[in-house]
Design a protein around this ligand. Structure first.
Ligand code: 5GP
Ligand code: MG
Length: 186
């Protein structure tokens, strides 16, 4: 495992991201929607850095099968939203923009609920990997195509606790696709 973004760089990037978001919305009310599970650590930091009237919500999107770094079928659950978002500015927060399918499929589902605007913010953007016709509106870091862990991102339920971001070495990844449809995470 090698460190990709150390704790200090990570802190700076997140403060920069929060400042950009704040500048964009100024002091307008905002609904921030975290895409579980990988984004919860970022979400917790953004909540503490954004000094504006903020509603916090969660949705779930899962595509990674347990034991694999390859995506499985995407399952999105917007029923977790507890309050309406009609007429509100909405910011979706996710950990990584990789192929982009998660946000690409999630945004129309959010749009159907009648928000004033929908934008997206991600911690990491794996540039060049996108398979969809969109880009995240805000991204703290662009990174090469490596499997990253730490700061909320896991592999086999491990490493979410790391206070920095690391990339797994190829020999650390047992990438056999499992036939375990029940066990996926994101
Ligand atoms: P996308 O739909 O953009 O391909 O993938 C988005 C989701 O895949 C991310 O929210 C994240 O949950 C998962 N993912 C993509 N790349 C990585 C990675 O390098 N490490 C980890 N732990 N998860 C990843
Ligand atoms: Mg995710």
């Amino acid at each position: 495992m090698k460190t990709l973004i150390n704790e200090e760089q990570l802190g700076e990037g997140i403060r920069r991201l929060a400042a950009e978001i704040h500048k964009h919305y100024e002091d307008k009310p905002l609904t921030i929607i975290g895409v579980m599970i990988g984004s919860v650590v970022l979400l917790a930091d953004l909540i503490r850095l954004l000094d504006l009237p903020l509603r916090v919500e969660l949705v779930q999107a899962r595509s990674y099968r347990a034991g694999s770094t390859r995506p499985g079928p995407l399952v999105i659950n917007v029923e977790l939203l507890s309050r309406g978002i009609q007429g509100r500015d909405v910011l979706l927060v996710d950990d990584i923009f990789d192929t982009g399918h998660t946000l690409w499929e999630l945004i129309p589902q959010i749009d159907e609920l009648g928000p004033a605007s929908v934008r997206s913010a991600v911690l990491l953007w794996k540039e060049g990997r996108s398979e969809v016709a969109m880009k995240p509106d805000f991204a703290a870091f662009t990174i090469p195509n490596e499997f990253v862990v730490g700061y909320g991102l896991d592999y086999h339920d491990r490493y979410r606790n790391l206070p920095y971001l690391a990339a797994l070495e190829p020999h650390e990844i047992e990438d056999q696709a499992t036939n375990n449809p029940a066990g996926n995470n994101a």
